[in-house]
Unconditional design. Structure first.
Ligand code: DSN
Length: 432
């Protein structure tokens, strides 16, 4: 077969882009060579509908073992007793949990998308908002922190079947104990989607959601630094709150409902190459090197947030407990949108994403905010001493943006890009 030069040239170009730039998208990371190798392996050739030991295809004796290793390592990492490592993504993991615990039309609560929530937590354009009845809770306007008093009030009014903790753009830890107390008052299941801070949670740098939440979902490719994918975890199995029973009349347990919601509920064949790669990443996440890495992620974020504050930027909630921060540009540059900044920074080889801020006056296409995270640059080996320098480069570009033309002068962009490329030439993609 002729080599596909077109696609491999694009892959080469993408690698160059990743090498040259400063990657600050909070949900991105760089995987190790062995995680990449497992993902690009012959495991992709195998169909394995079902679960280890209970498949609908022959020849699964090897993938059964690698999937079991992934399950065991995931449990070890989070102190869980149940793991389903098959979800193709975080959104798929969430859909499977929704299907396991709710009926179509049931009410559930999630953080408002424009306050840092996620599409799959009830946005009207997502299946979660189409099949179920989402009710949003919010952050407090003054503090920028999740408003648990409002959450309680709403829960008592709408009596949700499920309450979802977790966010895509929220820099603070969660009060899972308070959320469980709220859930218990109304008989709701408490689920945490920890996709963003999963690595910090796994290594004890943030509150442990499994102490209070019935179920947690996560992606595996953000702070966890594995392949793109999702998973579902529980510490204790519990009876189906809807009282469903097996044909023999036994009450179904949540682990059985979740497994059948993932397959055959929302997915078909599992991606065994990705599951093997998840196993490798979980093994890495259990190591001392990863512990040092994830501590550095947190340190870098904290130093970077302070450097932005020192330059006069407003960070929602006033700082960060995790790997990320959400900047409200309006305090320093009222006329500059998140879109202008994202587009201009990318020309200087700095990648961030525009983001709505709570109570934003602009649309999701423009936004007043910028979401920034440190998992990827930390994987490249950058330490806290480089954070003020990166903030300086970002501020240099933003300060030069002319809102009338929506960008900065070319000379300024070129000068910053040269500095970015020079800095990053000293760092490999994966330094650990
Ligand atoms: N989880 C989103 C993000 O944080 O970028 C993508 O769905």
């Amino acid at each position: 077969m002729k080599r596909d030069e077109k696609i491999f040239d694009l892959i080469r170009q993408e690698k160059e882009r990743q090498m040259h730039g400063i990657e600050l998208i909070a949900s991105e990371n760089f995987v190790s060579e062995q995680v990449l190798e497992a993902m690009g392996s012959v495991m992709t050739n195998k169909y394995a509908e079902g679960y280890p030991g209970k498949r609908y295809y022959g020849g699964c004796q090897i993938v059964d073992q690698s999937e079991q290793v992934a399950i065991d390592r995931a449990c070890q990492l989070f102190g869980a007793t149940f793991a389903n490592v098959q979800p193709h993504s975080g959104a798929q993991a969430n859909m499977a949990v929704f299907q396991a615990v709710m009926n179509a039309g049931d009410t559930f609560m999630g953080l408002d998308l424009s306050h840092g929530g996620h599409l799959s937590h009830g946005s009207p354009v997502n299946a979660s908002g189409i099949l179920y009845k989402p009710v949003a809770y919010h952050v407090n306007k003054e503090t920028g922190m999740v408003d648990y008093d409002e959450m309680e009030k709403i829960a008592l009014e709408c009596k949700p079947k499920l309450i979802v903790a977790g966010a895509s753009a929220y820099s603070r830890d969660w009060d899972y104990a308070r959320m469980r107390a709220i859930a218990d008052q109304v008989g709701a299941i408490l689920m945490a989607d920890v996709s963003h801070p999963a690595g910090l949670i796994a290594r004890g740098l943030l509150n442990d959601p499994l102490k209070y939440c019935h179920i947690i979902t996560t992606t595996t490719h953000k702070t966890l630094r594995g392949p793109r994918g999702g998973m579902i975890l529980m510490r204790e199995d519990f009876a189906d709150p809807q009282g469903r029973t097996t044909p023999k009349g036994e009450v179904k347990m949540m682990s059985a409902l979740i497994n059948s919601a993932v397959f055959p509920g929302v997915q078909g064949g599992p991606l065994e190459h990705v599951i093997a790669s998840k196993a490798v990443a979980f093994g890495e996440a259990l190591s001392d090197e990863y512990m040092a890495y994830i501590q550095q992620v947190k340190k870098n974020a904290s130093v970077m947030a302070q450097a932005f504050i020192d330059k006069g930027y407003y960070i929602i909630s006033g700082g960060t407990d995790n790997h990320s921060m959400l900047i409200d540009l309006r305090s320093k540059f009222p006329e500059v949108t998140g879109k202008m900044v994202e587009n201009t920074l990318v020309l200087a080889d700095i990648t961030v994403n525009k983001n709505m801020v709570p109570f934003d006056s602009r649309s999701p296409f423009l936004t007043s905010g910028l979401r920034i995270g440190t998992p990827a640059i930390t994987t490249r080996g950058l330490k806290e001493d480089k954070m003020p320098m990166i903030v300086e480069l970002i501020d240099d570009v933003i300060s030069a943006i002319d809102p009338a033309v929506k960008t900065a002068p070319e000379a300024k962009i070129n000068a910053v890009r040269a500095e970015v490329n020079k800095l990053m030439s000293d760092y490999p993609l994966f330094a650990w």
